[in-house]
Design a protein around this ligand. Sequence first.
Ligand code: G3P
Length: 224
Amino acid sequence: MKIFLDTAEIAEIRWAVGAGLIDGVTTNPTLLSRAAGAGDPRDLLQEICGAVAGPVSAEVVAVDPDGMYREGKELARLADNIVVKVPMLEEGLVAARRLSADGIDVNVTLVFSAMQGLLAAKAGAAYVSPFVGRLDDTGQDGMEVVAQLRTIFRTYEVDAQILAASLRHPRHALQAALAGADIATLPAAVLRQMLLHPLTDRGVDQFLSDWSKLGHHVQAEGTP
Ligand code: G3P
């Protein structure tokens, strides 16, 4: 399973790239407006695209098909690795079809059912993003949509990649991997949590403490 970072914070992206942990980035208007502040979000997107070798999703904010298409074309011109994100609306699917016909990769976002995901793939989406956490918030099992999409895409040899989104904790990432998601997009905090285990820390402390005892002993023997 590939891992994307779900953020527009350049420092977080540089950290995760430096640690060799991520294959791409997803942003949304909320994340981008928060990170860009008074700056131009397009400049920030270009900086992000330069910082990561993989795909970077950038979302349109128009709500009509022509506007989404135009905005998608503009976003795609910012960098070669931009993926245009459109919402799972009828208008979004029209724009997705037109953008993908132009050779632009599209990520259909805000997917909350497997049937929505299948329609997104039919419209030409390269990525389909089920929002797991937001479904969980309503008392449903968000990960079920990921598993259903995996079965459907495998059965009918659908090429679109399943990008599990709105993942809130490491267990979500584990479940996404087990359910067959192609990609999990994670906030930096969740990625950091995935790195940690108290037994690892305890083990390192013990190894270092044992080694330092040996080091003293060897040094003591060698010194006159
Ligand atoms: O990838 C989508 C993500 O940004 C939404 O996450 O936690 O706001 O549901 P959340």
